[in-house]
Write a protein that binds this ligand. Structure first.
Ligand code: WAQ
Ligand code: MG
Length: 247
């Protein structure tokens, strides 16, 4: 069967004079079969045109054919959930699960919180090496983006974002990247407060409250171990490998 990768990104010019720049509004990506290309494209464009962040004045849609033999099929990480009363408890839980994976040592909790704050302005994820305690993204301002992934057999043509469905696909691909230890994620959408931590060992652990409602700060940290793989092969996998996730 023929598959196609579809990618959409939409942006808007904001500011005046020196301050003028492109602001990201919406983005989406899918891997779909030939017969679904048209409908999914239309849905993506609709998503861009109806986004709450505003009216885009630039929409880019990219369609690429991909070989079925280049696609890796992965089983979705098993999902569990942790209910908490407050977002502070949720954040605590997440830190509790993830710091042991960063190795031993004191101050890891504070370190992780500091890293999280550094991700707030980024468009991609931070790639943090737990072996050397350094950041490995080629571009610190942008971060690393996981791409070329979708749910297997998903012909869903929805024009609004389903946070969980997209996140389980991304987290499954990321957990399978060479040298990956774990992922930590909080959405940057102000009204989406559920976040997660994930790894092959932990599975996908949803934490129902991880930030205050209305807070537009969020980010992702990919914890990586350079003793297990090279940063290049990990980044290559995240950015280039085509993955379909069986959910
Ligand atoms: N690759 C790497 N980093 C990314 C990517 C990507 N493809 N997409 C987003 N990010 C980074 C970016 O810095 C964002 O600011 C941040 O992650 C959050 O992205 O089980 O919606 O798309 O219900 O806002 C979790 C679902 C939803 C939890 C997470 O993230 C659940 C979400 P968002
Ligand atoms: Mg977002």
């Amino acid at each position: 069967m023929d598959y196609y990768s579809l990618k959409m990104r939409a942006s808007q010019q904001v500011g005046e004079g020196e301050q003028k720049h492109e602001q990201h509004i919406s983005g989406a990506e899918r891997i779909v079969c030939h017969d679904n290309v048209e409908a999914i494209c239309a849905a993506m464009v609709r998503r861009a045109l109806t986004h709450s962040k505003g009216d885009p004045d630039f929409i880019n849609v990219k369609i690429e054919k991909i070989n079925e033999s280049d696609i890796q099929i992965l089983k979705a990480l098993p999902v569990t959930r942790i209910d908490v009363d407050t977002w502070q408890q949720g954040l605590d839980k997440a830190l509790e699960l993830i710091t042991p994976l960063m190795g031993s040592g004191c101050g890891l909790r504070e370190k992780l919180q500091e890293l999280l704050r550094e991700t707030f302005p980024m468009r991609g994820a931070m790639l943090y090496d737990v072996a050397t305690a350094t950041r490995l993204e080629p571009d610190h301002a942008r971060g690393v983006r996981a791409t070329y992934m979708d749910a297997l057999h998903s012909s869903v043509v929805d024009s609004c974002k389903n946070h969980f469905n997209e996140a389980i696909v991304l987290a499954t691909k990321v957990a399978n990247a060479p040298g990956m230890v774990a992922e930590f994620c909080i959405s940057d959408d102000p009204n989406y407060i559920t976040g997660y931590v994930a790894s092959k060992e932990l599975g996908y652990v949803r934490i129902m409250k991880m930030k205050e409602m209305g807070d537009e700060n969020g980010g992702r940290i990919f914890l990586f171990d350079s003793r297990k793989a090279s940063a290049e092969e990990c980044i290559e996998y995240l950015q280039k490998k085509k993955v379909l996730v069986e959910v």
